[in-house]
Design a binder for this molecule. Structure first.
Ligand code: AMP
Length: 327
């Protein structure tokens, strides 16, 4: 009886106490070309995808970023309408918004960056608003490791979980800074090639073990259409990727994954390895929507039913039952 009450209480605590997620990442204009078409300048940025994904959960969803004078109010309204608190998104009156343009080849795993105009992001010094300084979960999007550290240093207390994304560019240009920042976080979210580069090891379990020694308690390795792995010192879990008939535009899939992962962790307030498995599946399910349309189009207009059905598909992908006696 007591167990039942505690269980029920826990369940309802999710809905009574709103845990806080702070995401710091780019809010951008993206222009994307894939074999299926080309966009004009559309809403993009790692912080955008991540916060939109996290908005599927009843949490306090705070975003810190920077845009320029040319950033349309209706794009900010999209974020606000998803209950994202954008009071930490600075609008620089004398600079333009960060602009990124990329082109995918027939093999959608290969992407060329055509243009990166840093604009307002180039001089970005994150200023965390006072009421954002005690998050339960912190998601550091792919920014310079120095900026990522400046965010951690401004917080009043250490979040229960700090997750960070990074990329090979920082490994090539600022390895020492990157290693210092990595040593301060709990979860490192990177792709398979970056895992190999950072560790100097080819085989992912060996590579992940080496990275765990750098500080994080968990390493998540994203493998694109082959799913994702989460490693802790003693455990590993493999999440599949949903085999999709068409990948329309992979931009932001990794950021969506990170937002779904951190949003779910903040919502449940459970940072065990067991719960991280759920978080990885939810991140993967959300990312599988992002790639179905250009930019944020799909993730912006996602219903709960669609998401639940997609999570069921993930369950069914690996659900099997062996008869008791086969040997
Ligand atoms: P992904 O597909 O996960 O690599 O993320 C793509 C998103 O990252 C796009 O929406 C871009 O606007 C954003 N992005 C690309 N380059 C950078 C950068 N150097 N710093 C911050 N955000 C970036």
């Amino acid at each position: 009886m007591l167990f039942f009450c505690v269980f029920k209480l826990n369940k309802y605590l999710y809905f009574i106490i709103m845990n806080t997620l702070l995401t710091v990442g780019s809010v951008a204009f993206d222009q994307i070309e894939t074999p299926y078409g080309k966009t004009d300048k559309i809403l993009g940025g790692a912080g955008t995808f991540s916060s939109l994904a996290a908005s599927n959960f009843k949490i306090t969803n705070n975003l810190v970023s920077v845009v320029g004078y040319d950033f349309p109010t209706q794009y900010l309204d999209i974020l606000k309408n998803h209950n994202i608190d954008i009071s930490g998104v600075e609008i620089k009156k004398d600079e333009k918004t960060f602009f990124w343009s990329g082109k995918y080849h027939q093999n959608m795993n290969q992407r060329d960056t055509l243009i990166t105009e840093l604009n307002s992001l180039g001089t970005f010094v994150p200023k965390i608003p006072e009421n954002f300084k005690t998050p339960d979960v912190l998601m550091l999007g792919n920014l310079t490791p120095v900026i990522q550290r400046q965010v951690i240093e401004q917080l009043k207390q250490r979040p229960k979980i700090i997750a960070m994304d990074t990329m090979n560019f920082w490994m090539n240009s600022m390895l020492d800074e990157l290693l210092t920042t990595i040593s301060m976080v709990d979860v490192l979210i990177i792709n398979d090639e970056e895992t190999r580069q950072l560790s100097g090891e080819y085989f992912l379990p060996v590579a992940a073990k080496k990275i765990l020694k750098m500080g994080p308690k968990f390493v998540i390795v994203k493998k694109g259409e082959h799913g994702a792995l989460i490693f802790s010192e003693k455990q590993v879990f493999s999440a599949p990727a949903l085999p999709l008939d068409i990948v329309f535009d992979p931009t932001g899939a990794g950021d969506t994954f990170a937002g779904g992962f951190t949003g779910y962790l903040a919502f449940t307030n459970d940072y065990s390895f067991e719960n991280m498995k759920n978080a990885v599946i939810i991140g993967s399910a959300l990312a599988s929507f992002t790639v179905e349309k250009f930019g944020t189009e799909k993730i912006q207009n996602l219903s709960k039913i669609e998401l639940l059905n997609r999570i069921d598909k993930f369950k069914n992908l690996t659900n099997f039952c062996l008869p008791e006696e086969i040997f």
